[in-house]
Design a protein around this ligand. Structure first.
Ligand code: HEC
Length: 78
């Protein structure tokens, strides 16, 4: 399980694009996702199975532990 406090710390660069209140303005909402779905999506970008260059770069820089922490944090944001 990831550490939500660490995830909150890491989330500052994510919420420059993804709105922290979960609203969707062209960029998908990533709050309140089941942890497994979030982790799977991030690994899909990291492994370039999902084609978005910005998210590939973001996910590519994150360790498994950091992805788990972000998943735990955003899961709790409603
Ligand atoms: C520069 C803007 C930007 C930043 C910064 C950014 N994202 Fe994204 N993110 C996007 C866009 C645009 C998409 C939609 C990409 C696509 O169509 O595949 C996306 C997609 C996602 C998705 C999949 C959403 C879905 O509905 O399938 C997740 C999960 C995600 N981002 C998490 C993060 C996390 C975690 C961070 C911080 C480490 C982050 N993003 C930083 C722009 C950004």
């Amino acid at each position: 399980m990831g550490d939500p406090a660490y995830g909150e710390y890491l989330s500052s660069e994510c919420v420059t694009c993804h709105q922290a209140d979960g609203s969707d303005k062209g960029i998908p909402s990533i709050t309140g996702w089941p942890v497994e779905d979030f982790v799977r999506a991030m690994h899909a970008y990291k492994q370039k199975l999902r084609p978005h260059p910005v998210m590939q770069m973001m996910a590519g820089r994150l360790s498994d532990e950091e992805i788990a922490a972000l998943a735990a944090y955003f899961n709790g944001v409603r």
